[in-house]
Design a protein around this ligand. Structure first.
Ligand SMILES: [Zn+2]
Length: 78
């Protein structure tokens, strides 16, 4: 699983729409990739915040912002 794969599954992960095999891949990736681990933590906190205020919605903007941030950090070292 790459960072891009991980990000594309992130909403499914939080929606509980992810199957067991994929969940294993996600967890494996997080264990190996610190950046995605941070993204996951940040997303969890964001969702917790929005759930509290009852306006939970995983907006495309939020997703894009996270995607851009993580892809910047995960650029292969040259
Ligand atoms: Zn990653």
């Amino acid at each position: 699983m790459t960072c891009t794969d991980f990000l594309s599954k992130l909403t499914d992960y939080f929606d509980g729409q992810i199957d067991a095999a994929l969940m294993v891949e996600v967890k494996t990736h997080i264990a190996e990739c610190h950046h995605c681990e941070v993204v996951l933590d940040t997303t969890k906190q964001t969702i917790a915040f929005y759930k509290d205020s009852e306006v939970y919605e995983f907006s495309p903007e939020l997703r894009d912002r996270m995607h851009n941030a993580i892809m910047k950090k995960c650029q292969p070292a040259k």
